[in-house]
Design a protein around this ligand. Sequence first.
Ligand SMILES: Cc1cc2nc3c(=O)[nH]c(=O)nc-3n(C[C@H](O)[C@H](O)[C@H](O)COP(=O)(O)O)c2cc1C
Length: 334
Amino acid sequence: MIDLQTQYLGLNLSNPLVAAASALSKRTSIVKRMEDAGISAVVMYSLFEEQITHDSLAFNYFMERGTERFAESLDYFPNLERYNVGPDEYLNQIRKNKEAVDIPIIGSLNGVSNSGWIKYAKEMEQAGADALELNTYYVTTNPDLEACQVEDNYFELVKAVCDNVDIPVAVKLSPFFTALPNFINLLIEAGAAGFVLFNRFIQPDIDVENMEVDTTLHLSSSAELLLPLRWMALLYGRIDADLALTSGVHTGVDLVKTIMAGANVAMVASEFVAQGIQRATEMLSEMENWMMAYNYESVGKMRGSMSQKNVENPAAYERANYMKALQTYDNKLP
Ligand SMILES: Cc1cc2nc3c(=O)[nH]c(=O)nc-3n(C[C@H](O)[C@H](O)[C@H](O)COP(=O)(O)O)c2cc1C
């Protein structure tokens, strides 16, 4: 019997397959199906700062520092009326999901200033959220803004939330930080108990027929797993916090890799959106079969086994093999 149990943010989970923040959690019937399919916890879709502040859209933090272009860009925010998911509705959805299932429900807040966040972080806790995920989706475009200012803003934001709730808080980060391990340690100091690697930014394309910027959200593929996988392997055993991997987990073998690199859990959205919730059951049994075939009796034993700490050639995760990799095609040139 394979033991798939894991812990994340102090929560005891039956296995490492968690539903990432997505619209799927807007329907309680889907959340119930997720539990039935074996998913061990659900991260709610995000309550966006724009939904909290709505009219004022005050993003004080960055605007105070002279980000005029950012003010212009506010015009491009979507019409939030269409989304019809204000804070009250969001809190109700947490309550409904909590009532319907026994698995943990993690609330998600998405924004860049701390105005409003503390209030809603507390209210999510009161609505029954077992933990919180903070997603600071901010693209730093202001040339006057220094890296340390951006990091200080994150620190203050995370600290403000952590100081005001009793449930554990994880931070969903982007991969674009200069000194990621150091920055993570700073956020641990601010009170973060876990990190979700990585936020998948929408990469706008250019529609040359209609001369428009195309912001379609493309679903991921397993190829996107490699970036968070590498960072997971580098961070495992080096930081004192839980780790969730998100981006590119589509199969049971992807799950195995995620755990071997050092994650406590894998958070999946695209696969469920594209192929349906029943994929969770298939992915879990694929992982279990793999573990049986390779004599791993528990997720605990497998965790971190292929991290930088535990492999024969730790430098492979850094730079050492870069030159060798580039030479792969030297003998195959046309
Ligand atoms: C339809 C959809 C909606 C999403 N909504 C949110 C959201 O509200 N908040 C958030 O932090 N991430 C959101 N995400 C990102 C996912 O949580 C996840 O981190 C990302 O898609 C990478 O995982 P994947 O490769 O399994 O899709 C969304 C993703 C999808 C596909």
